[in-house]
Design a protein around this ligand. Structure first.
Ligand code: DAT
Ligand code: MG
Length: 141
């Protein structure tokens, strides 16, 4: 059977703050495997597709603008139960609420923080992971 896969993004705040290595360290320390890895700028088209479920919400445009503000690191990560497993490593969406021990809880910068600046993205289901991986790495990824 093919192992579970998720799509992780280190967002522009995480990259700018030099936290890419720390995020990947936690992923690998948990026993997950990074199978694709790329640093580059996102395009508006990729973000429109990636965040389609949030279109029309008040935070949508600030979120997209933030994701365009600097390079991101895109990773396809494999491992047993990795979809919920990485969400658990990441912690709650709002870094203020995220528990200590999680990426967002430990590393979220709670100073004039905006919720979109929460360091990482992780797919919320196997279907989302497949959809998102195709957006960022192409259908054959
Ligand atoms: P998650 O990233 O935990 O899956 P989500 O899919 O609900 O959260 O939202 C996508 C991103 O949008 C999230 O990482 C940060 C931003 N966001 C969500 N809710 C927000 C809010 N109420 N205000 C500002 N930004 C928000
Ligand atoms: Mg989400």
């Amino acid at each position: 059977p093919t192992p579970d896969r998720t799509l992780v993004i280190v967002k522009p705040d995480g990259v700018a703050r030099g936290l890419t290595g720390e995020v990947l360290r936690r992923v690998e320390a948990k026993g997950y495997r990074v199978v694709r890895l790329e640093m580059r700028r996102a395009t508006p088209d990729e973000l429109a597709r990636h965040y389609a479920e949030h279109e029309g919400k008040p935070f949508y445009q600030p979120l997209v603008d933030f994701m365009l503000s600097g390079p991101v690191v895109l990773a396809v990560v494999e491992g047993h139960g990795v979809v919920p497993g990485f969400r658990s490593l990441a912690g709650a969406t709002d870094p203020t609420a995220a528990a200590p021990g999680t990426i967002r809880g430990d590393l979220g910068r709670d100073w004039g923080l905006k919720v979109q600046q929460n360091i990482v993205h992780g797919s919320d289901s196997a279907e989302s992971a497949a959809r998102e991986t195709a957006i960022w790495f192409g259908a054959d990824a």
